[in-house]
Design a protein around this ligand. Structure first.
Ligand SMILES: Cc1cc2nc3c(=O)[nH]c(=O)nc-3n(C[C@H](O)[C@H](O)[C@H](O)COP(=O)(O)OP(=O)(O)OC[C@H]3O[C@@H](n4cnc5c(N)ncnc54)[C@H](O)[C@@H]3O)c2cc1C
Length: 481
């Protein structure tokens, strides 16, 4: 029996282990009971004590020493923890999603990463390895009075190498057990963690850090045709992320996909036309990916108008005003209100200024047509090409449709919680569980939840790397090993 089983080996799980293993206190731990950040007034309203953007606590020399030598790791703690991931390694799913969509830089800033030692370790890592060129300073045009920047985002390669160094510093190489967890059965004093292989791992405490489990949001008009389409000509983003074939060819490679579909000599004048549906960053990355991999003509169909912003939530949630927003959020007793904040602050999909510039260039070259405030009315497959009727009057013929329509976050749709919901019922508001302040599934259950499902406790960026940091700090101090 393990003291702790962590399901998932993404950045959230890594942040949690780092927080558990690093013994230095973090002034910026985002928890209502963190007295260096927040205080509660007599009326029970939280206020923040901090007026600046988060600062580093260490000198560059201390940071470099830590990066070289690591901290003191309590190996006894590690012996009592098991991390299970279906890919059998750290952050495999994470890198697959960036790779498949051809993303060059993270959206979040360089202070947000899984290493609990200090906010500044990623920047110091870049400096120590002479890779400062991979820290991209984003145009100041997005500055607001609430966050003046600097807006520095790391390249994918830099972030990935840094995360590998986090794994090494914390002695977590070869730590992940390969396995797909199908059920989580509560039992006296713990849980049976059931794997698809038939094996059962017994744990006193469990942390679910499975990220976005890929429940695809398929628009109504596509539901029938999507289920029946097996030739790869109608795909959701998650299919593209998960379906690189044995040769490593991603399904987002339009030319190779056309060859696969036997459509080298297109008839009906449709050429290598691709229709992409969705208005968020994934849809924009897919447009660029389609253009780079041979699409002659791309139609981007968005339900609303394109929103251009660096972060996937309102600017007030980033930088120094973040703590004011968090204090307001913690003060809300109504979980319905919190749910409203979580959804409204994200406000649907948006595209970074950097990727938007690439779309503008493609539009100017005539290869991209953006249909804003437009819905798909009808979609039919005729022989081997699709005909799509749009609400703006356009009719588009194409061979490939990609749905970048996002995922559904709903605890009741996650098979891991099926038995838990029955045996340990808690409130569920707008599909999100009402967890305790420490992200526990009801007091004393020993089951903790990270990621988007912690939204009612952590706030709108529960699913992001910032949420990983906040979630880790709440759970780490509760786990007993
Ligand atoms: C394209 C894209 C770009 C993004 N960019 C950013 C960004 O720049 N900054 C940011 O803050 N956020 C970003 N995000 C948000 C993103 O969700 C987080 O960065 C991060 O990937 C979430 O980490 P996680 O650990 O929760 O999930 P994941 O990275 O998905 O890791 C979860 C792991 O759990 C495993 N797993 C799932 N179910 C099971 C099971 N039943 N059994 C065993 N293993 C299982 C999976 O294999 C996976 O490895 C981005 C998201 C996407 C899709």
């Amino acid at each position: 029996m393990y003291d702790v089983v962590i399901i998932g080996a993404g950045p959230h799980a890594l942040s949690l282990l780092s927080r558990m293993l690093i013994n230095t206190p973090d002034k910026y731990e985002e928890r209502p009971d963190n007295k260096s950040l927040f205080f509660k007034n007599k009326s029970g309203v939280y206020k923040t004590k901090v007026k600046d953007n988060p600062q580093t606590r260490n000198t560059p020399r201390q940071l470099s020493t830590y990066l070289r030598k690591g901290g003191v790791i309590d190996e006894n703690v590690l012996n009592n923890i098991c991390v299970i991931d279906r890919h059998g390694g750290w952050m495999t799913q994470w890198s697959k999603q960036f790779d498949a969509l051809g993303i060059s830089h993270l959206r979040s800033t360089s202070s947000i990463h899984p290493d609990a030692f200090d906010l500044h370790t990623l920047v110091q890592f870049a400096e120590d390895h002479r890779r400062e060129g991979e820290l991209l300073e984003i145009d100041g045009g997005i500055r607001g009075s609430k966050f003046t920047g600097p807006f520095i985002v790391p390249s994918l390669g830099l972030f990935w190498d840094f995360c590998k160094s986090v794994v090494k510093r914390h002695k977590l190489e070869d730590f992940v057990t390969k396995g797909f967890v199908t059920r989580l059965l509560p039992k006296d004093g713990g849980y049976d963690v059931c794997l698809a292989s038939g094996d059962v791992i017994v744990a006193k405490q469990v942390v679910v850090a499975t990220g976005n489990i890929g429940v695809k949001r398929i628009p109504g008009w596509a539901r029938d045709v999507y289920d029946g389409c097996v030739d790869g000509s109608l795909l959701h983003t998650w299919d593209i992320i998960n379906n690189s074939d044995a040769t490593g060819i991603h399904t987002s490679d339009v030319c190779k996909q056309m060859v696969k579909l036997n459509m080298r000599n297109p008839i009906n004048n449709t050429g290598n036309t691709v229709v992409i549906v969705g208005g968020g960053l994934s849809s924009a990355h897919l447009v660029v990916k389609a253009a780079m991999s041979g699409a002659d003509q791309i139609h981007l169909v968005c339900r609303s108008s394109i929103k251009v912003r660096q972060f996937d939530l309102e600017l007030e949630w980033i930088g120094r005003s973040r703590f004011i927003k968090l204090a307001d959020f913690y003060s809300m007793k109504s979980f319905e209100k919190r749910s409203h904040v979580v959804r409204s602050s994200r406000g649907g999909g948006s595209i970074t200024p950097y990727v938007h510039q690439q779309l503008v260039k493609l539009q100017e070259s005539g290869r991209l047509i953006i249909h804003e405030d437009t819905e798909v009315w009808e979609c039919n497959k005729d022989e081997n090409h699709w005909s799509i009727q749009l609400s703006n009057g356009h009719m588009v013929d194409c061979y490939i449709i990609w749905l970048a329509t996002g995922s559904i976050v709903d605890v009741t749709m996650n098979p891991l919680f099926c038995d838990v919901i029955k045996e340990l019922p808690i409130n569920i508001i707008d599909d999100l569980p009402v967890l305790t302040d420490d992200l526990e599934w009801g007091c004393g259950s020993g089951l903790y939840v990270m990621g988007a499902l912690g939204g009612l406790v952590l706030g709108p960026d529960a699913l992001n790397l910032a949420g990983a940091r906040g979630g880790a700090s709440r759970i780490a101090h509760r786990l007993k090993c």
